[in-house]
Design a protein around this ligand. Structure first.
Ligand SMILES: *[C@@H]1O[C@H](CO)[C@@H](O)[C@H](O)[C@H]1NC(C)=O
Ligand SMILES: *[C@@H]1O[C@H](CO)[C@@H](O)[C@H](O)[C@H]1NC(C)=O
Ligand SMILES: *[C@@H]1O[C@H](CO)[C@@H](O)[C@H](O)[C@H]1NC(C)=O
Length: 246
């Protein structure tokens, strides 16, 4: 019943070249770059990017009232310490994206991430904290909201600190909204935990034929059964390992 996970390919900024050969059955969206506008319908794939950089790097001249899309060359992200991953989930499926951090430490790329897609109709999420040298947040939920098939908004749905409770002191609840692990426990900092990032995706709104995307409602319903159990078959399952280790 549930979908594939989708592994990130980390590439230098803007060397983004996804080819038509990666299209899957029923996918009629021929736009592969996350920096180009498109409209989607059910069964389509949809490309979007996640950029890692410092929080300040996402704002024009550091002005926090002027957040630009990472596609916007005025940010000159490519000349800064940043990293981008491109994903192409299917818009009618729930997907868990993973970003393997075994050779990538988010904190050495500024520690914040922004999800984005589009050019003229550029949409981007607010920058969300991922990691610094002390703490790493590994679990995220991203909602992509469409209207008539065009992306309107990307936002991080806070997972809250429920997963923190009952865990050992290796976990800390940050700002009452994110459960973080101490970075020193992570493999990329010499520890024993695979602190790869898991990003749960959900789609809301309407496709270009006004059919309704409802994976968000499915996730809300699934949450009560602990979403992560559903991904038990995901290799090296991202979260369940914690309970084994601590
Ligand atoms: C930031 O941008 C806003 C909107 O353009 C502008 O009103 C404000 O003066 C700017 N702030 C600074 C510190 O430049
Ligand atoms: C990340 O990559 C490493 C090395 O290839 C691998 O051992 C590990 O299982 C991967 N982690 C996940 C969550 O896939
Ligand atoms: C890391 O982030 C946490 C939470 O935002 C903050 O309290 C802490 O001061 C930061 N540590 C460093 C070394 O920047």
């Amino acid at each position: 019943m549930l979908p594939l996970s989708c592994e990130a390919i980390l590439v230098p900024l803007f060397v983004v070249l996804l080819t038509a050969s990666s299209a899957s059955a029923g996918d009629n969206n021929n736009v592969y770059s996350p920096c180009v506008d498109t409209t989607v319908q059910f069964k389509d794939g949809f490309s979007f990017g996640i950029a890692f950089a410092s929080r300040n790097a996402f704002f024009y001249n550091g002005n926090t009232s002027l957040q630009l899309s990472p596609c916007d060359s005025r940010l000159s992200l490519s000349s800064q310490t940043s990293q981008i991953s491109v994903f192409r989930p299917k818009v009618d499926e729930i997907s868990l994206l993973t970003i393997n951090t075994s050779s990538f430490s988010p904190d050495s790329y500024g520690g914040y991430m922004v999800a984005f897609a589009g050019r003229k109709y550029a949409a981007r999420s607010i920058p969300t904290f991922v990691a610094n040298s002390t703490y790493t947040v590994t679990s995220f939920t991203l909602v992509l909201e469409f209207k008539k098939g065009r992306l309107q908004n990307l936002y991080w749905k806070r997972d809250g600190c429920a997963k923190c409770s009952g865990s050992s002191s290796s976990f800390v609840c940050l700002n009452n909204q994110d459960c973080a692990i101490r970075s020193s426990n992570c493999k990329n900092h010499g520890g024993s935990v695979d602190c790869s990032l898991g990003i749960q995706l959900a789609f809301s709104g309407t496709d270009k034929h006004l059919s309704v995307f409802n994976s968000w409602y499915e996730i809300e319903n699934l949450r009560q059964y602990s979403l992560y159990n559903l991904y038990a078959n995901l290799r090296d399952s991202l979260s369940s390992q914690y309970s084994k280790i601590f």
